[in-house]
Design a protein around this ligand. Structure first.
Ligand code: ZN
Length: 186
């Protein structure tokens, strides 16, 4: 295992609602690391197959090649030779994502994770709150409310489905501010 004994690792979290540019920001940071010839590895959960099986793609269609994994433990196994690790859609991993990110940072790696901080009801979306607690750097991204134009921190789901996870994009979800956010019920 390649270990970095000189530099300290750390965890960066980019979190916010949908359409706030989380993946775009992740791609921006990872591209800079690639330009600096750092070993970069990018992961996304198997659940998120909205755009591409082997790339992370932002809503504005920027993309970077990525590895699809079933679990956070798999990320740890596959990251041993990398300096910089990007993880998209962190809310789709289980709670062990937090310990995996910690372990990678302890090995001297830079770990950058994106994730929804709230679900469609505005409730904190595990394991992102726990990840925010252990991260060195936090970026909260805001979108623009489609109703009133104010800064939007919440994701409105325009369906009466009750499951916490319903994967979809522009047709199903909207960014809303706290004043305009509503929960659709039947
Ligand atoms: Zn609004």
């Amino acid at each position: 295992m390649e270990q970095n004994n000189n530099l300290t690792g750390w965890v960066e979290v980019i979190s916010g609602c949908m359409f706030s540019g989380k993946t775009e920001e992740l791609i921006r940071r990872l591209r800079r690391a690639q330009i600096a010839k750092q070993g970069v590895k990018i992961f996304k959960p198997a659940l998120d197959n909205r755009y591409s099986a082997s790339k992370i793609v932002s809503h504005s269609e920027q993309s970077l090649g990525s590895t699809v994994v079933e679990s956070a433990e798999e990320i740890f196994e596959l990251s041993k030779d990398s300096q910089v690790i990007g993880i998209d859609e962190g809310q789709f991993f289980k709670g062990d994502l937090v310990s995996v990110c910690s372990k990678l940072a302890n090995l001297g790696k830079r770990v950058i994770v994106t994730g929804l901080d709230q679900d469609y009801r505005g409730i904190p979306f595990e394991p992102i709150p726990q990840l925010l607690a252990i991260a060195e750097y936090i970026t909260k991204t805001l979108a623009i409310c489609v109703v009133c134009g104010n800064p939007a921190s919440r994701t409105q789901r325009n369906t009466n489905q009750k499951e916490r996870i319903v994967v979809g994009a522009k047709d199903l979800y909207e960014a809303r501010c706290r004043k305009c956010h509503t929960i659709i019920s039947d």
